[in-house]
Write a protein that binds this ligand. Sequence first.
Ligand SMILES: NC(=O)c1ccc[n+]([C@@H]2O[C@H](COP(=O)([O-])OP(=O)(O)OC[C@H]3O[C@@H](n4cnc5c(N)ncnc54)[C@H](O)[C@@H]3O)[C@@H](O)[C@H]2O)c1
Length: 110
Amino acid sequence: MNITIVGTGYVGLSNAVLLAQHNKVIALDIVQAKVDLITQRKSPIEDAEIEHYLAEKRLDLWATLDKREARPQERVARRPVADVDLDGTTANYAPSPKSTLGLAVAGDGL
Ligand SMILES: NC(=O)c1ccc[n+]([C@@H]2O[C@H](COP(=O)([O-])OP(=O)(O)OC[C@H]3O[C@@H](n4cnc5c(N)ncnc54)[C@H](O)[C@@H]3O)[C@@H](O)[C@H]2O)c1
């Protein structure tokens, strides 16, 4: 399944790490430092399990600041499964192929 997670705080990142063991996960955030750390397989938050999973587990996880890159429609071009809309402020949970999911856990500022 392709999964887009909006927000890489404790809630988003812990879900991203767990789901990325068996799914293709892209995590969208607005903070460059967080995206950079996740890309380096380092946790932007203090959590022993997240740190362990990022460092040791095989994860299909990448992070981005780019909403377009996180849009599953864009991922269709690279990966042939997707269908969740991010309309700029929210993720719509409207998967038409049953193989796509979007989670918005970015908090009140989303
Ligand atoms: N942490 C908990 O135990 C808990 C429990 C219940 C509910 N919640 C709720 O879940 C949500 C997330 O919680 P959290 O602890 O992970 O929050 P958090 O503040 O630690 O993380 C939110 C993340 O979202 C990112 N973000 C903010 N606006 C964004 C945007 N427009 N696009 C992309 N990313 C954006 C922030 O940079 C941050 O990394 C909150 O609404 C919180 O109230 C949290």
